[in-house]
Design a protein around this ligand. Sequence first.
Ligand SMILES: O=c1[nH]c(=O)c2[nH]c(=O)[nH]c2[nH]1
Length: 305
Amino acid sequence: MPIRLGPNQYGKAENRVVRVYRDTPRHQIRDLNVSTALRGRFEDAHTSGDQRDVLPTDTQKNTVFAFAKKHGIASPEEFATLLADRFLEAAPAADGARIEVEEYTWDRIPVDGVEHDHAFVRSGQGVRTAVVTVDGRGDDRVVQVVSGISDLVVLKSTGSEFHGFLKDEYTTLPETTDRILATSLVVRWRYDTDAIAQGIDWTKSWDAIRALLLQRFAEIHSLALQQTLHGMGTAVLEQHPEVAEVKFSAPNKHHFLSDLSPFGMENPGEVFYAADRPYGLIEASVVRDEASEPGNAWLGTPGFC
Ligand SMILES: O=c1[nH]c(=O)c2[nH]c(=O)[nH]c2[nH]1
């Protein structure tokens, strides 16, 4: 029976590495969740059990922690690229490496109006993400970087409408010109490969894109979550030539007006029931026409159309 090994990859998932910089009394921390994966010519490991080409996932884990000490963590993107290059050097059978990073950010705790040197509170403003894929070596080396943010929970208490939609015999949703719009955004944006080759200030770009996404969410008068996402993504592409495409996954966190009429009370958009499920799931991407090819940039990153 003709059977062959299909797509495969292997690595160490969710290495939780915290790097403390303590060169001065004012400490700095980077708090990451790093997942590594190698792809390539690993048929023997699967078919005959011969592991001679396999760089163990345990070694990959050790490398993550050793590199946090040796190189520090300048940014998720840079750290991931260092790791990918290292694994391609250490494992000759690997044709590509995919490094996924989540970064949890911490703010200094203010004490008497002064930010503390070594006490932090986790910032609740979204998780920074990066997926770096390096394929090939030498002149054939291709680097793809998809940065992003997840768990960015946003809400507008007005400035959102939803009406004029298709109706059939099962439609009960009332049309509205004033509703709450709330979502927990997952946004990922892919960088142009030429821009990557020229060098990108990853943190400056990430900070600016996050701020722009929030600004546009606030500013856009929404006729649907779809239209809001399109406006946010378009703004990113207009203002960031280094970005090739933006993808969104946005659960529509429905807020239903509570019916207070049994209690003789009116409710002009003041009291809502925040439903947690089911939720509308709106996914969309915005792509620059002349965008560089994505290659393997999205391979292994689920949850987006
Ligand atoms: O912004 C929205 N988009 C939809 O597609 C949709 N469908 C729905 O019931 N409510 C909403 N809201």
